[in-house]
Write a protein that binds this ligand. Structure first.
Ligand code: S6P
Ligand code: ZN
Length: 193
């Protein structure tokens, strides 16, 4: 076997307080403006963007690419907050490769994992620290932070899974998670038809 540099094992350290890997590899930050098609209250979205466009979440990830594999590890840290009455959340996506699953592991905070098929079958899992969810192929996935502290989760997936954001940008998930009387509540998303 002719080993290349990328074929050697890699070990990283996960910082539970920060919700980040060390050393850091790549990171992506998403602000309210990056999610403007997603939040249902367009006036509240515009107002927040004008007030400084706050950070909603960051993604840190390692693509452990070798000559034969592309297993990846990501961690996502969603800030607490709302746009209007709707809690901060990830954009949500299908995988571009239709046979690709994913595992999510909640390590900080609380919230919900929303999942949906292209036909519109909808499922939500309540999350607390320690919850591990398997997302089968063909299910779109989004995480919503309903708590008062950052929600952090670790994801394991293949880089070649890719992302397909189109259907979610267009009409979202069937249900929205909004605050009613100080508590999270699901309401029907009128954009979903
Ligand atoms: C990748 C995996 C996560 C998300 C991340 C942000 O398959 O599901 O790393 O990319 O949580 O979510 P989104 O919807 O903005 O990509
Ligand atoms: Zn994914």
């Amino acid at each position: 076997m002719n080993l290349k540099k990328e074929d050697y094992p890699v070990t990283v350290l996960y910082d539970f307080d920060l919700g980040e890997f060390s050393p850091k590899e790549r990171s992506v930050a998403r602000k309210v403006s990056d999610l403007s098609p997603m939040f249902h209250d367009k006036a509240a979205t515009e107002a927040l963007i004008k007030q400084g466009d706050p950070l909603v979440y960051e993604i840190f990830y390692y693509g452990f690419k070798t000559s034969l594999s592309d297993m990846a590890l990501g961690t996502t840290r969603i800030q607490p907050g709302k746009v209007g009455d709707e809690y901060y959340m990830t954009k949500g996506h299908f995988h571009a490769a239709e046979n690709q699953p994913e595992i999510y592991f909640c390590v900080k905070g609380q919230g919900n994992l929303l999942m949906q098929t292209i036909e519109g079958e909808f499922l939500a899992e309540r999350w607390k620290v320690g919850t591990i969810s398997h997302i089968p192929p063909m299910w779109a996935h989004r995480v919503v932070n309903t708590g008062n502290e950052p929600l952090v989760f670790v994801a394991s997936y293949h880089l070649s899974a890719g992302h397909n954001y189109g259907p979610i940008e267009e009409k979202g998930f069937r249900k929205l998670l909004v605050e009613r009387n100080g508590k999270p509540e699901f309401v029907l998303n009128e954009q979903w038809k």
